[in-house]
Ligand binder design. Sequence first.
Ligand code: MEV
Length: 310
Amino acid sequence: EPGATGRAGAKAILLGEHAVVYGRPAIAIPVRALGVEAHARPADDRGHLSSTLYHGPIAQAPDRLGVTLTAMRAALAAAGRPGAALDIAIESSIPAERGLGSSAAVSAAVIEAVLGACGFAADDETMHELIQTAERAAHGAPSGLDARTVRARKAVWFDRGRIEPVSVGDDLVFVIADTGVRGRTREAVAAVAHRREKDPRGVESALDELGELATALRRDVSTADRDAIGSAMNRAHELLNGLGVGDPALDHLVHAAMAGGALGAKLTGGGRGGCVLALARDTASAEELGGRLTRAGAAAVWTTTVEGVA
Ligand code: MEV
């Protein structure tokens, strides 16, 4: 049996994180500068794993590799080879725990590689279910947004488990800035659930507004109305702060982005750390904005363009 490769990319949520967990729609964009590649091949002995987190026998891999191991085992079971020993190598440029979909992307790449190495061809829905199995190990009850988006090549509209392409009126240039603070998605999701129990009306009204913002945003993206997109992002950031998933480091970079000429900026992903997503007027201003965010203390900055497609 030959070896096989799997690939997946990073994602950023333009609008709708947390609200999607409660059935509201969201829009996400691929971040092409960052990705994961996984290779799998039949092992001579009992199977080794090689990644930036760990090099060694799979049987001795530590708990923090739970997502990777769950992904591998789920894929082996799906391929009808539950006990098979594979050597797996993972290379990722996506920083972990920064709201950029690293766990879903690693899972997707590992699953694709493992299935390929077993000569098993999975359809899209099987792939999705397998990634979700690994995502559940990562953070409990994932909406499926990350699992869908890390395999998408364009901006997507996500509604109750399904994605559709989003029409994009003109190139939109975003800057992503990393606070360097770990985002703890599981805790952030639990915090929203807790707040919803204590204040159901307040939280439901914030979730409704996030859903309405996503719906309006889809139209604004289709006409590339940058000012409208920017103000929706700013409002989403306020609402997310109200839900308790903000962080001073996120606010600091959001303010720096706005002072640096961004049209809008918000936390992206689970929050409580992780990254800020900012909309720039154009490519030249994105460069300036990136410099500004770096000087404001961002641990890393990336620019990503969502290409206009009818
Ligand atoms: C995490 O990237 C997005 C959240 O909405 C969680 C989820 O969708 O499962 C916070």
